[in-house]
Design a protein around this ligand. Structure first.
Ligand code: SAM
Length: 408
């Protein structure tokens, strides 16, 4: 008989979740919002998770926020800075081994039943070289795909996050074909945090794959009929004008600290005519923060926050007009909060009235940067990371929810 999985105290989780996001964002359907769904009711198997390409642990936090019961038995990454941050928060040292060379026996030794991963995106990024499966940075994912059929007990659940464009890659096709042959049912999403009530754009690709509970699925047919879900079936549509303003996510900085994040004039002047994404605190959307944010690479790497002269009309053809707007970078803490990391309110000097959710209330571990991590390392780590809340909701309502019918 197939075993399922356990949820942590389901009711608690729902009420916390509803505190965090307005009720109207989650559909109140029985199948999607009732955590004690049929399939999971008589479950007695806890999740044992492997977190590949763990970075600062976005997947780990998402798992905690999903409310499922289980444990991350090992995480893997080769970046010493992010590994330090991971250990600082979870007290677990990620395995600093190149995933390309992991062997079947090593993976089996963990007796894991769930894999969470966000492989490097450079092989697939728009505007990049687009080498896809021929890029050396795809080798880790390809190795995991090769290992899968060799395992005596393949993981029951697999979740993958990547950039938009991955959905048309050969790497994705290889992964999907392998999973399809092994009888996984799958579901693919292309969504962004604004759909989940968070004022940050970060459109990403998500794959949820699992071994079906009781039914047998016809293998080898997935690619013929698959579709990408752009509107999760458990969410109500949110108007962007209803999103909380960015001021709710703003760190309360002293004047002196504000200056630390000032965008140097020369960055602005040397990008003559470039239309920077400038946002005011009362606006309710900012653009995707990439790993180059906070450096001199200011084109397309993320929004600038305007802190002065809100009424002033400026002109990108005359960049001098931008210089007295008090433009600053969003701080690493602000980005962490926009990415739904459980950062403590006191680190942000936030008032209790902020409409930015306090994710520490639903995460076992909170998030902070170790002191020795430099500003640039923090930005890079965040740019590589993911939106924890989006992943948590997809884990909870899609991957681990056998009542969700959007699987084939
Ligand atoms: C897109 S980031 C994932 C970040 C992570 N989800 C987070 O929340 O921070 C990819 C990560 O994979 C790591 N990485 C890249 N290639 C690797 C390899 N071959 N073996 C192990 N780790 C690798 C990088 O150091 C980076 O931290």
């Amino acid at each position: 008989m197939e075993k399922g999985i356990k949820r942590k105290n389901n009711q608690d989780n729902i009420s916390i979740e509803n505190d965090i996001i307005n009720d109207n964002k989650l559909k109140k359907s029985k199948s999607n919002n009732n955590s004690s769904n049929n399939d999971n009711n008589n479950n007695n198997e806890s999740l044992r998770i492997l977190e590949f390409f763990c970075g600062i642990g976005g997947m780990h936090y998402a798992f905690e926020q999903s409310g499922m019961e289980g444990v991350v038995v090992a995480s893997f990454d080769i970046n010493v800075n992010t590994n330090l941050c991971y250990q600082h928060n979870f007290n677990i040292k990620p395995v600093n081994t190149i995933i390309d060379s992991l062997k079947v026996e090593k993976i089996e030794s963990y007796k894991a039943n769930c894999w969470l991963m966000s492989p490097p995106c450079q092989p697939y990024t728009r505007g990049g070289k687009n080498l896809d499966d021929e890029d050396h940075r795809a080798a880790g994912l390809l190795n995991l795909i090769n290992i899968l059929p060799k395992l005596n007990n393949p993981p029951k659940y697999i979740f993958l996050e990547n950039v938009v464009n991955f959905e048309i890659s050969r790497s994705r096709e290889k992964l999907i074909k392998q999973l399809d042959e092994m009888g996984y049912e799958m579901n693919e999403h292309l969504v962004t945090p604004t759909q989940f009530g968070i004022p940050n754009d970060r459109a990403r690709y998500y794959l949820s794959a699992r071994l079906p509970l009781n039914k047998k699925i016809e293998t080898g047919k997935y690619l013929d009929n698959c579709k990408f879900y752009r509107e999760p079936n458990f969410l109500n549509k949110i108007n962007e004008s209803d999103l909380p303003s960015l001021s709710n996510y703003r760190e309360n900085l002293s004047e002196e600290d504000e200056l630390k994040y000032h965008v140097p004039d020369k960055y602005i002047l040397k990008r003559y005519k470039f239309r920077f994404d400038i946002v005011k605190p009362n606006e309710n959307k900012c653009s995707c923060f990439t790993k180059a944010y906070g450096s001199h690479h200011v084109i397309g790497t993320g929004s600038f926050l305007q802190t002065k002269k809100f009424e002033k009309k400026y002109n990108f053809d005359n960049p001098e007009t931008l210089l007295d707007l008090g433009l600053r970078f969003f701080t690493p803490n602000e980005i962490a909060l926009l990415h739904a990391f459980p950062i403590k309110y006191d680190l942000l000097n936030k008032s209790e009235n902020s409409k930015a959710p306090d994710y520490t209330t639903i995460s076992k571990h909170s998030f902070s940067f170790p002191e020795e991590m430099t500003q640039i390392q923090r930005y890079r780590a965040l740019g590589n990371s993911l939106n924890v809340y989006v992943v948590a909701m997809l884990l909870k309502h899609v991957l681990f929810n056998y009542d969700n019918k959007d699987f084939q």
